[in-house]
Design a protein around this ligand. Structure first.
Ligand code: AMP
Length: 531
């Protein structure tokens, strides 16, 4: 016997209706090259409905992929609404990728049309003839001075909206239909497409509203610093719409000074970014007015505890650790402190906050503990977790026979169900048959007051198989001595973890999503070996 409840789809159109009907007066603020633009949610949704009709004018077929190269902006939010609600698939592209990767991704996704911020045109236009499937390029004028190519494929966003006579009614979609597409960062091979459904997007947004999670509410002013091309800005725009929060979008103004200024000016209460961003702001914290902040989420790579403590000390707010990946929508776990574990003392609770925390409702995680040590590969399952990949390289090996996602991370779970990430499988250092966690070692090195950043990689060693090599960047105006660093590590980590090789570098190379690029460091190390 089936339940007798209404079978209405969990779809993006429902999110759109809600923000329009209940929170039309709330605001979306965008920083553009030319200054700040402010709109109400009502205006944003009205424009999104016109945009949906414009997609019809461009004769974009149902299910076709609509690519975007955009900063975090109001127009990008309009695309987040119009593309899925009109039955097409939003494909957000990372504009920091190399040309060859972009061509691969656009071709693999078979993007039909690209929407490009004017200031990003120089990254895209030179490749246009390599993007075999792209018929049109819609330029979003963000105040950039870049010249517009005179080419019949190019049309302006506002001009296109101006051509619309009637806004389009939402298409009828099945909640399991594809809504958006994002490629993985491809650190272990070619990037792979993760195809989110309407249902997974709505469920993920709801999960973020939970009080033990991000607790996003109508009272919030949400500023996603994480780019809108990185896993739907971690789902924050959709969560802000469901909750009725204001949204502040930093556009191309990504310097620490600009971000801090914007947070203070708009009384931002909630923000999220990768560690590199929070680290960049940290030296400026003394002068910043951040009293409005209630939660700042850090994830996407290991969250250094010293950085979180420094934010706590200087800005009165720690970093909230959250774990996820492109394949998981992305948020799967979120650390929490205040609401749980009254039985623990302050130190133990502080330690729990430093972990990625327990899973959100509906997400399940387990450790494949093959050798009984309690440490093993982290696997995830749930309605917001990928079941397979889109495109030419489906990569079946990423899933277990019972359908769980193999994350490639190595972790542990404690008695409270809190996750700890030991490492990426391929970043562990195996020395003398024992594992060294590069993440733990980096964390201890970064606790040194004169260290700005540290990344540890494995290098081949005749005696031990592998040894850790630490690449360390001094804090601005400081110098570092490798023996001093070893003395600092003594007592903090096992003596055999302490690296013999420490390189002092001006910076750690970063990936296109702002994470430490261990691939680039390995190439650097290999190059030095040859010499
Ligand atoms: P991406 O698909 O680019 O978002 O990268 C996902 C990967 O980032 C995960 O598999 C982890 O290795 C890493 N990651 C994400 N969040 C965390 C976290 N809170 N702590 C440690 N590593 C993380």
């Amino acid at each position: 016997m089936q339940g007798l409840m209404q079978d209405r789809p969990l779809d993006v159109a429902a999110v759109m209706r809600r923000v329009e009907q209940l929170f039309g007066h709330k605001r979306v603020v965008t920083a553009t090259v030319g200054g700040e633009v402010v709109a109400t949610w009502q205006q944003v949704v009205a424009r999104a409905r016109r945009l949906a009709a414009a997609l019809d004018l461009l004769e974009i077929p149902p299910q076709a992929r609509v690519g975007t190269f955009g900063w975090n902006s109001q127009r990008h939010v309009e695309l987040y609404l119009a593309v899925p609600s009109s039955g097409r698939v939003l494909h957000t592209l990372n504009h920091r990728l190399y040309a060859e990767e972009l061509v691969h991704i656009v071709t693999d996704a078979a993007d039909d049309v690209l929407f490009v911020d004017r200031s990003l045109l120089p990254r895209v236009w030179p490749l246009i003839d390599d993007f075999g499937t792209v018929r049109r390029v819609v330029v979003m004028d963000d105040g950039g001075a870049e010249e517009l190519p005179s080419d019949p494929r190019v049309v302006g966003y506002e001009e296109l909206l101006g051509r619309v006579t009637e806004p389009a009614p939402p298409a009828v979609v099945d909640e399991r239909d594809a809504a958006s597409l994002c490629y993985t960062s491809g650190t272990t091979g070619r990037p792979k497409g993760v195809l989110y459904s309407h249902r997974s997007i709505v469920l993920h947004a709801l999960m973020l509203l939970g009080v033990d999670n991000f607790a996003i509410s109508e009272r919030d002013v949400v500023m996603p610093i994480v780019p809108m091309f990185h896993v739907n800005a971690w789902g924050l725009p959709y969560a802000a719409m469901l909750a009725g929060a204001d949204l502040v979008l930093p556009g191309p103004a990504m310097t620490p000074e600009a971000l801090l200024g914007r947070m203070a000016r708009h009384r931002v209460t909630f923000s999220a970014a990768v560690p590199t961003i929070w680290r960049g702001m940290e030296p400026l914290l003394g002068d910043a007015d951040l009293a409005s902040l209630r939660m700042i989420v850090c994830g996407g790579s290991a969250v250094p505890d010293a950085l979180s403590r420094s934010w706590q000390e200087k800005a009165g707010i720690p970093l909230t650790n959250a774990w996820g990946m492109t394949e998981t929508s992305p948020v799967v776990t979120c650390s929490r402190l205040a609401t749980a574990h009254d039985d623990l003392d302050a130190d133990a609770r502080r330690t729990l906050l430093g972990t990625p925390g327990p899973p959100l409702p509906l997400a399940e995680i387990r450790i494949a503990d093959d050798d009984g040590t309690g440490i093993g590969e982290l696997q995830a399952a749930g309605p917001t977790i990928a079941a397979g990949y889109f495109g030419a390289d489906p990569g079946k090996s990423s899933f277990t026979p019972d359908g769980w996602l193999r994350t490639g991370d190595v972790g542990t779970l404690d008695q409270y169900g809190y996750l700890r990430i030991v490492d990426r499988t391929k970043d562990l250092v195996k020395s003398g048959g024992e594992w060294i966690s590069s993440v733990a070692l980096e964390n201890e090195i970064m606790a040194h007051p004169d260290v700005h950043e540290a990344a540890v990689i494995a290098v081949a060693d005749d005696r031990w198989g592998e040894r850790p090599l630490a690449c360390v960047v001094p804090a601005p105006g400081r110098t570092l001595d490798d023996q001093d660093l070893r003395d600092h590590l003594a007592g903090r980590v096992a003596s055999w973890w302490i690296p013999e090789q420490i390189w002092i570098l001006p910076e750690i190379p970063k990936t296109a999503t702002g994470k430490f690029s261990k691939t680039a460091l390995r190439a650097l190390a290999a190059g030095r070996d040859e010499r």
